[in-house]
Ligand binder design. Structure first.
Ligand SMILES: CC(C)(COP(=O)(O)OP(=O)(O)OC[C@H]1O[C@@H](n2cnc3c(N)ncnc32)[C@H](O)[C@@H]1OP(=O)(O)O)[C@@H](O)C(=O)NCCC(=O)NCCS
Length: 181
């Protein structure tokens, strides 16, 4: 993933990555709760920011007549965001979310490609993540981006008051491989 193919929609909408700050957490939380059945709390994001983890938002200009949701002071769309945790020789993706009105337009793939390039630049050899077993769209996305399933964490996620759900562990090699054997 050395090149960064820009989604078709980006050809008509100026975009930019910008660091996530505490001032953004109301908007991030609004998207988070609209996108997930089991969203992160603002505390999760705050802890990640305070830990110094890379957290970036993808921002897009609004077209004439659009009312970007959630509202932001700059009047632009919060298209999506990601939070990652650097480790030794690796980067762990903790959160990747696309604002629902902008899903299926290539933004998640674009953010993953950017994360892979950044991680490689940091000297990381692989990207890791966990995904709910039931999250078929995300698993498909990661497969399409070259990740491969390397394990399962039993009962990793809460599902209900009484039930837990397994996590699928996925890895992307950043040294030209498609993950470990
Ligand atoms: C999963 C998610 C991040 C995908 O974002 P997105 O911007 O819509 O994804 P993209 O448009 O970049 O899609 C890239 C590929 O992923 C797969 N994909 C994405 N959404 C899919 C869906 N709903 N159903 C099936 N495949 C899907 C497709 O292969 C797609 O390629 P295609 O459109 O050429 O078929 C988004 O649906 C989301 O934010 N969901 C809620 C949060 C979440 O589950 N995050 C991941 C947690 S591990």
């Amino acid at each position: 993933m050395d090149t960064l193919p820009v989604p078709l929609e980006a050809q008509a909408r100026a975009i930019a990555f910008t660091p996530m700050t505490e001032a953004d957490l109301d908007a991030v939380h609004a998207v988070e709760t609209s996108a997930y059945g089991h969203p992160w709390s603002p505390r999760h994001f705050r802890d990640s920011l305070q830990a110094g983890y890379p957290a970036v938002m993808l921002i897009g200009e609004a077209h004439a007549g659009e009312s970007p949701w959630p509202p932001r002071p700059d009047g632009r769309w919060l298209l999506g965001y990601l939070v990652a945790m650097p480790g030794v020789d690796e980067v762990h993706l903790l959160n990747l979310t696309v604002n629902p009105p902008h899903q299926r337009q290539g933004w998640a793939r674009f953010m993953l490609d950017a994360l892979a390039l950044w991680s490689r630049g940091q000297g990381a050899l692989s990207l890791w993540l966990e995904v709910r077993q039931s999250n078929a769209p995300a698993r498909r996305l990661y497969e399409r981006c070259g990740f491969r399933e390397v394990g399962v964490r039993r009962g990793y996620y809460p599902l209900s008051a009484l039930q837990r759900e397994d996590a699928v562990v996925m890895q992307l090699g950043l040294d030209g491989t498609r993950g470990t054997e």
